[in-house]
Design a protein around this ligand. Structure first.
Ligand code: PLP
Length: 430
């Protein structure tokens, strides 16, 4: 495969853009290095790169792209917004329309606020939880990613009742001391942490279905225990649904699982591919937000007509009959095919799938928390990633990411992908 133009553009990018990428997850450092592929065009389930190569896309832009690239209904909505003016700095009726759609889909959102990214949405839910409870600390789960605001860039301490240490230079020890990290799917550790830090804990923050160390579902009863333990302690429960909202059904993971948080952060899919974030929850909590309450949060671009129109159009597409059934069907076909390949080779691998999202871990053990996901062999993944890429299958360049299906993928795409995966496994075994 000729990727000369990508290589040239990457060299140029390195001269002007730090690390040559505008988000570290786009770098190929975790998969052997080299130039990331520069895309020129996306259409449906496919990417076309600057050298004219075609790929089946399972990156889905790290989650937002669920309708396929350049879906005509969303494209028209963006065009319409562009013609009418993309930013007013005043309220528009689109914001009302979209807020109502979100509330109807996810009933725990009694009031919402639009922001510009998932990072902003999560960051603000934490501020609001602190304002509501008058407490400072939060509890999060190891391996869950909640954007790049200071507070959530904190790694686990050595035990459930240990305060975190900064995960990134520039995050102060003081900030890290506000965060307690416990293992996902481990109610006992959460209980211990709450017993230790009790009245200091404003909120427990969780991805209800994890998307950031692969797709990992909560064990039966885990989220119920999060609610019970947090509430008994006077702490709020915040769901980070930046990946999960509208990924598995029309609504949030909370609808699917039948559990209700106090506040929810969203992003990705709800922008139809344009920048967006939103947060919402119980009205008595949300009324702590300015201009009604003392917790300040604002945004020049927040609720802009282009993102609103794209988001509304995306949800309209997702309201159509059969959308999620199609994603589940294709997901199952992909999972079944990959399992067959795994069973006929000696390479250790396992799969976690929920509907149209899956992760292939290079470990023979089941993965239900971050520590288990870490066991996935990064070197094997890197080889698999490169072999798939060479055959025109575009995965995310990290062993921790999910494969995201879109409604534009077809059974033929899955067949092609499985053929490529079979070849990759056979070559890796040699
Ligand atoms: N929360 C979760 C669960 C995410 O996966 C991400 C991004 O990957 C974020 C928050 C941050 O969102 P954004 O990249 O839009 O700031």
């Amino acid at each position: 495969m000729n990727t000369a133009t990508s290589e040239r553009l990457y060299k140029e990018a390195e001269e002007h853009i730090v690390g040559g990428v505008n988000s570290p997850s786009r770098s190929y450092r975790a998969v052997g290095g080299g130039a990331p592929i520069f895309m020129e065009k996306g259409e449906g389930a496919y990417f076309y790169d600057v050298d004219g190569n075609k790929y089946i896309d399972y990156l889905g832009a790290y989650g937002p792209i669920i309708t396929g690239h350049a879906h005509p209904h969303i494209t028209q909505a963006i065009q319409k917004a562009a013609e009418n003016g993309v930013l007013f700095g005043t309220p528009t009726k689109l914001e009302n329309q979209f807020a109502k759609m979100l509330k109807e889909a996810i009933p725990s959102l009694e009031k919402v606020r639009f922001v510009n990214s998932g990072t902003e949405a999560v960051m603000t839910t934490i501020r609001v939880a602190r304002a509501y409870t008058g407490r400072d600390k939060i509890i999060k789960f190891s391996g869950c990613y909640h954007g790049h605001s200071d507070l959530v860039l904190v790694a686990a301490g050595s035990g459930p009742a240990t305060l975190g240490s900064p995960d990134s230079a520039g995050v102060t020890k003081n900030i890290a001391s506000e965060v307690i990290t416990v293992p996902f799917n481990d109610s006992e550790s959460l209980k211990q942490a709450l017993e230790t830090w009790g009245e200091d804990v404003a909120a427990v923050l969780v991805e209800p279905i994890v998307g950031n160390f692969g797709i990992v579902e909560p064990k039966a009863g885990f989220l119920e225990s999060v609610n019970e333990l947090a509430h008994a302690n006077g702490s709020l429960v915040i769901y980070d649904e930046v990946i999960t909202a509208f990924r598995f059904m029309y609504g949030g993971a909370q609808n699917l699982l039948g559990v209700t948080p106090d506040m929810t952060a969203m992003g990705k899919i709800i922008g139809g591919g344009l920048p967006i974030g939103a947060y919402g929850g119980r009205v008595d909590i949300m009324e702590k937000v300015a201009p009604l309450g003392p917790a300040y949060q604002a945004g020049t671009m927040a609720g802009n007509p282009a993102s609103m129109n794209a988001g509304i159009a995306c949800l309209e597409v997702l309201q159509q009959d059969g959308v999620y059934e199609h994603l589940d069907l294709l997901g199952k076909k992909l999972e079944d095919g990959l399992r067959e390949i795994i069973s006929s080779h000696s390479i250790p691998a396992t799969i976690n799938r929920l509907k149209g999202a899956l992760t292939l871990f290079f470990t023979s053990h089941k993965v239900s928390n971050y520590e288990e996901a870490e066991q996935s062999d990064g070197k094997l993944f890197a080889r698999f990633f490169q072999k798939m890429l060479q055959q025109g299958i575009h995965l995310a360049p990290s062993k921790y990411e999910a494969w995201f299906l879109t409604i534009a993928h077809t059974e033929k795409d899955i067949d092609e992908t499985l053929l490529a995966a079979k070849r990759a496994f056979s070559e890796m075994e040699e």
